[in-house]
Design a binder for this molecule. Structure first.
Ligand SMILES: *Cc1c(COP(=O)(O)O)cnc(C)c1O
Length: 380
């Protein structure tokens, strides 16, 4: 149990999800790629209007499968958004290629198309954009750049289920997108993910590699006779269990309801914190909507973030630093600098955001934050 009385994040899992799990237990097929997994994939393909959807064990696996299906190889460079959970850069490294870190917009934290343009070179094969903590990136500009240079674009929509960009859902903004259903995202099965592809050939490649390089064992069990499948690829085991798939069918049905509750909390924070000079609130451009996987405020440079965070936690209020400046992580330490990302990494603070927050809790967070901002100014 966390000692936080107002946790930073909290999943919204209840009776409906439990009932769906009970049905899977009774069905006798808890493993992956069974009836629930197929139903989830159909639901995702329809929801996002894509050629194929592949249910996988997590978003990190989906990103790895995307790199494999797109043919990324050692020697290739892939431009990645710097300010994020560092999974995109990891995926590039899984296939032996080189991640090239692109700086982000100061107002949205999403990858800056001008920074991407400046990094395109002879070895660049593609771009992984991130819908940062639920905020869609600039896909009009990114797709135009990719078109002009023959690059692929992958959308890391791990945090963005429910967000929109120019009226289209996050997850359908690039030809390949990856979703996460981790316990700290807006829709969850504990662990889980999906790869969405406009081109069914990409989807089929990812599905095969997600199950050791052979087709669905469930399908084979339904066949009369004894056809023996052959292995043509060194695949992985990245399948999503039918237990998780059943939970996700319910969660997807609840996306709008859960998002509405997070929107309400975000609006209340804006109202309660908007006039405080010691922080900057999230900016949502008019052509997109935020999924509010997290709510990050950018602290004035005079605020001692560590002291503030310790004071909030001591009063039972969960908080964290938000995302990472990937290029500053020891595993990636490089000469390249992304000053905007580094600045957000140093000054951002995530405060409680989830669908279970009550109005009182939001008020308590805002009230305590305002008081502790003043108590935690650096001596200058
Ligand atoms: C959470 C997250 C991931 C990883 O998702 P998993 O499902 O835990 O693998 C990848 N990318 C981003 C941007 C994330 O926030």
């Amino acid at each position: 149990m966390s000692k936080d009385s107002i946790p930073l994040v909290h999943p919204s899992l209840g009776e409906r999800e439990l009932a769906a799990v009970a049905e899977v237990f009774a069905s006798g097929w808890p493993a992956g790629q069974g009836p629930r997994g197929k139903a989830l994939e159909a639901l995702l393909a329809e929801r996002y209007g894509v050629g194929d959807a592949v249910a996988v064990s997590n978003c990190g696996a989906a990103l790895h499968l995307a790199m494999l299906a797109l043919g990324v190889e050692p020697g290739d460079e892939v431009i990645v958004a710097d300010y994020t959970f560092p999974a995109p850069a990891h995926a590039v490294r899984y296939v032996g290629a080189t991640p090239v870190f692109a700086d982000v917009r100061a107002d949205t934290g999403t990858v800056d198309p001008a920074a991407v343009a400046a990094l395109i070179g002879p070895r660049t094969v593609g771009i992984i954009a991130v819908d940062t903590l639920g905020m869609p990136a600039d896909y009009t500009e990114l797709m135009a750049l990719a078109g002009a240079h023959g690059l692929f674009v992958v959308e890391d929509a791990a945090c963005a289920v429910g967000a929109t960009y120019q009226g289209r859902p996050a997850g359908s903004l690039a030809p390949v997108a990856c979703l996460s259903f981790h316990g700290r995202k807006g829709a969850t099965s504990g662990e889980g993910g999906a790869l969405l592809a406009a081109d069914p050939v990409i989807g089929a490649d990812a599905r095969l590699r997600s199950s050791f390089g052979i087709g669905s064992i469930y399908d084979q069990a339904q066949v009369v006779g004894l056809p023996i499948p052959v292995f043509t690829d060194i695949g992985y085991n990245y399948k999503l269990s039918d237990i998780a798939a059943a939970i996700l069918q319910v969660q997807l049905d609840r996306v709008d309801e859960l998002l509405q509750r997070r929107n309400k909390a975000a609006a209340a924070y804006a109202e309660l914190l908007g006039d405080d000079d010691l922080l900057t609130l999230p900016h949502v451009p008019a052509d997109r909507t935020h999924a509010w996987q997290s709510y990050l405020v950018t602290l004035d440079p005079r605020v001692d973030r560590a002291g503030l965070a310790a004071a909030l936690r001591a009063q039972g209020i969960g908080c964290g630093q938000g995302a990472w400046a990937t290029h500053l992580q020891p595993v990636y330490r490089s000469d390249r600098s992304c000053p905007v990302s580094a600045d957000l990494f140093a000054r951002n603070l995530a405060i409680p955001m989830h669908a279970e927050l009550t109005e009182d809790q939001v008020e308590q967070v805002a009230h305590t934050l305002r008081a502790e901002l003043k108590n935690n100014l650096r001596a200058s």
